[in-house]
Design a protein around this ligand. Structure first.
Ligand code: G4F
Length: 321
């Protein structure tokens, strides 16, 4: 039975990746942080199943800020594959909590690389990098060779981590991979990310539980895909014979306004009656035309995303309803 270790297992991607790996016969170990509230809702269906939890799914307490705890788990579990998904992931918030963002995203990755480097049998390692490393890109769409020009602390931290993955891969000959992930969504997306916020609001307004929706820049554009496709890509990237970086993206740009119109239409509402602009939600530095070219992942991994934003939004609104 192959063994995987996932940091960030309680998040959207961690939960879908856990399901995917369990379906492939893996033993899955997850790193969880001690917090005052037990945030395990996305794993509850697995956690509550005695055939799975404690057998093929095991959770361990550790923290990216606590290298001793990480080292202990990596030595004890001796995983074949590590999927590093953890870290503060809200771009807007990274301006408010820059130090802790950089510590978890950048230094957290460095700590894991330093531990892995010392292991007698280093695991294959997937780092969830982000389109935010490109910020103001020189080329549209971006590919694996596009230079990194981040425009916020989160993007800078991810660029640092992605750069270290490349350096440690070359210097130490380790199997380390950056998956450069563009936005990917699902009903399990955190509630403060824009697609989930919009889909939740459209459903709640249609059921009389909310009055209106406040948004920042609705002309902002993103390349949004289905999170389940992206976790499949993570696994495929670690099965490739050589460690290489891969872009995972749909290649299609949409505006936040497109998401608003799609979501309110699924909920049977006229968006113009309910959507308001809130200046406090505007970001000082918006990235520009972040849209990915995933041709390499398609060619080498056979990876292909679904491209239909309408279907994605429908799935999310219906889940809220
Ligand atoms: O949903 P968002 O907050 O996602 P963002 O900033 O693109 O970041 C996500 O995707 C990245 C790339 O994969 C990840 F690296 C990152 O960790 C995260 O998963 O915002 C999307 C767009 C932005 O342009 C934002 O300014 O929506 C705009 N927006 C407009 N109104 C809003 C809002 N974003 C949020 N969160 N809330 C609003 O009310």
């Amino acid at each position: 039975m192959p063994t995987a270790l996932i940091t960030g297992i309680t998040g959207q991607d961690g939960s879908y990746l856990t399901e995917h790996l369990l379906s492939l016969g893996y033993a899955v170990h997850g790193v969880v942080r001690r917090t005052s509230t037990l945030e395990r809702s996305r794993l509850r269906h697995l956690y509550g199943d005695p055939q799975i939890y404690g057998r093929s799914l095991i959770l361990h307490y550790a923290d990216l800020e606590d290298p001793t705890s990480l080292r202990r788990i990596l030595v004890k579990v001796a995983p074949d594959e590590v999927y590093h998904l953890a870290g503060q992931s809200h771009v807007g918030l990274s301006f408010e909590i820059a130090e802790s963002t950089v510590d978890s995203v950048a230094m957290g990755t460095l700590r894991l690389l330093e531990i892995i480097r010392d292991l007698p049998k280093p695991p294959r390692f997937f780092h969830a990098a982000s389109s935010e490393i490109f910020g103001r890109p020189a080329q549209v769409p971006q590919d694996e060779a596009t230079p990194m020009v981040p425009v916020n602390p989160y993007g800078a931290a991810k660029a640092f981590a992605a750069g270290l993955v490349r350096i440690y891969r070359e210097k130490h000959g380790l199997f380390l991979v950056n998956g450069i992930l563009y936005n990917h969504e699902s009903p399990r997306r955190g509630e403060n990310f824009v697609t989930r916020k919009i889909c939740r609001a459209a459903a709640a307004i249609s059921q009389g539980r909310q009055e209106f929706l406040q948004l920042g820049d609705t002309s902002a554009q993103r390349d949004w895909g289905d999170a389940r496709d992206y976790v499949r890509g993570m696994w495929l990237a670690l099965q490739h014979p050589q460690p290489e970086d891969f872009i995972f993206a749909t290649g299609v740009l949409h505006t936040v306004q497109d998401v608003v119109e799609a979501a309110f239409s699924v909920a049977g509402l006229d968006w113009q009656k309910y959507v308001r602009r809130d200046e406090r939600l505007l970001r000082s530095q918006e990235p520009f035309a972040l849209v990915g070219n995933a041709a390499k992942a398609e060619r080498l991994l056979g990876w292909r995303p679904g491209k239909d934003l309408q279907a994605l939004v429908r799935w999310m609104v219906e889940a809220e309803l």
